[in-house]
Design a protein. Structure first.
Length: 460
């Protein structure tokens, strides 16, 4: 019979199975030949465990009563299922994931996922302007954000690490390919990197930039793993790290390595002395001498300029430095070509004496003119045969000799369509000289220390 109205319906796991109708026992009257009872009687019914949801009813009169059925159906459980059973014993397998019901949130993972970013370039050297790349040009136009890369080849001095960056105190790995030579793509000259793919059982590699298939030198060959990567991938920094330094062989050099050369060009005009720039520059240079690389081969030279150009003889045999002044800016020459550039280790005492005495040598100067152009030419002639770094301190607008400039700032142009003329160079002399310096391996660091107009657009 159906359950009474209002009782809970049965679930799939709760089955009501009524017993079959009672049949007359035709063997009940046959005596047991072996001592009592009926030898052909059926065994007693099997008792189900109490935890089973399947219940059988047996009554002597046949079908169960309506009250019994209602009582059993009312006791059926409609709550959520119990906890999942663990995996097979001894296998260590975790229990199966529970089935999430409607409205139940997924359980977050217990362990934090960490990605290996070593194959990407260190953010100290290369950083993209956005964290996501647009999937199409249309999306890029809607973003209206600049897409570019900030490159910092000398970014090892970053104070704090960042995402994808290693410890700032640890330098990048240096790779030496030795006699094999640097491995590069023959078509686009891309260096071998962690993103190239290997074909022909590792005997060839496909460039990840242009897709060209290159041959692998015999001395660089290595077998592949089942996933297509080289077995020595983790042993070669160029194949597992995005930032490496490659030791350049002789064919990558224009000339053999030279001794480091540093020429300091100092403004000693009245403006530089009065502002304290000369004293600060001399003290700073002296404090940095021990940090100059290349010892004991490092070479240094000094030039001072106001309305004239002053050279300093720093020969190691001298007890005090000698100053040589050339007032003729039109016919500039080097008074002592062999003694103006000296070895820092051998002439250290003379160099220290010059830096200590330099502020006092020009303490009472009244010269306001600045012969910046002739001073650059003089420093260029000193170091043109070897190259190096020229460090220049300028405190006033160049006003004497070659490449002098004039004050051309016009406040009336500010905010007008012609304001851009302030940002264009007036004289091409400095640009031409910079190209000549570059050809001879000369680098110029320019420190401008004036609060007045300096025409940086031309000097840069």
């Amino acid at each position: 019979p159906p359950p009474p109205f209002g009782s809970a319906p049965a679930t799939a796991a709760q089955v009501f199975a009524p017993p079959p109708p009672a049949q007359p026992n035709v063997m009940a009257g046959i005596p047991d030949a072996f001592g009592g009872g009926n030898a052909f009687a059926a065994p007693p019914p099997t008792t189900m465990p109490p935890s089973s949801n399947v219940k059988f009813y047996s009554t002597g009169t046949g079908a169960p009563s309506v009250g019994a059925v209602a009582s059993q159906l009312g006791g059926m459980s409609m709550g959520p299922p119990g906890p999942p059973a663990p995996g097979p014993p001894g296998t260590g397998a975790p229990p199966p994931a529970p089935v999430m019901g409607p409205g139940q949130a997924a359980v977050p993972p217990v362990e934090e996922v960490k990605l290996d970013m070593s194959a990407n370039c260190d953010v100290r050297f290369m950083r993209f302007t956005t964290t996501k790349i647009p999937k199409s040009e249309a999306v890029a136009q809607k973003m209206k954000l600049p897409l570019g890369v900030v490159l910092s080849p000398m970014g090892l001095d970053t104070a704090s690490p960042d995402e994808g960056s290693s410890d700032p105190t640890c330098p990048v790995d240096v790779v030496d390919f030795g006699s094999t030579g640097i491995i590069r793509c023959r078509r686009c000259r891309t260096y071998i990197n962690p993103f190239v793919s290997w074909v022909n059982n590792g005997r060839q590699w496909r460039c990840n930039i242009c897709g060209y298939v290159n041959e692998v030198p015999q001395s660089y060959f290595c077998h592949l793993n089942t996933d297509g990567t080289r077995k020595d991938r983790n042993e070669r920094p160029e194949l597992c790290k995005g930032s490496v330094e490659i030791q350049a062989p002789a064919e990558y050099m224009l000339r053999p390595p030279q001794a480091p050369v540093y020429v300091f060009v100092l403004d000693v005009s009245a403006g530089a002395v009065a502002s304290g720039v000369l004293q600060t520059a001399a003290a700073t240079i002296k404090a940095c001498l021990d940090k100059l690389p290349g010892a004991p081969r490092t070479q240094v030279g000094f030039i001072a300029f106001d309305s004239s150009v002053h050279f300093f003889n720093l020969k190691a045999t001298l007890s005090q430095p000698q100053m040589l002044t050339v007032p003729d800016l039109a016919e500039l020459f080097l008074p002592l070509p062999d003694d103006l550039l000296v070895n820092l280790h051998e002439s250290r005492a003379v160099v220290d004496a010059l830096l200590d005495a330099l502020p006092g040598m020009f303490a009472g100067t009244k010269r306001m003119d600045v012969a910046f152009g002739p001073a650059l030419v003089a420093a260029y002639r000193i170091m043109s045969h070897i190259g190096g770094k020229m460090t220049v301190f300028l405190s006033s607008l160049p006003s004497a000799g070659e490449a002098r400039l004039k004050h051309r700032e016009n406040p009336q142009l500010l905010g007008s369509p012609k304001e851009h003329f302030h940002f264009s160079a007036e004289d091409q002399w400095y640009k031409t000289k910079a190209q000549e310096f570059h050809r001879l391996q000369i680098c110029v660091d320019l420190f401008l220390t004036s609060a007045q107009y300096m025409d940086v657009a031309t000097l840069k």
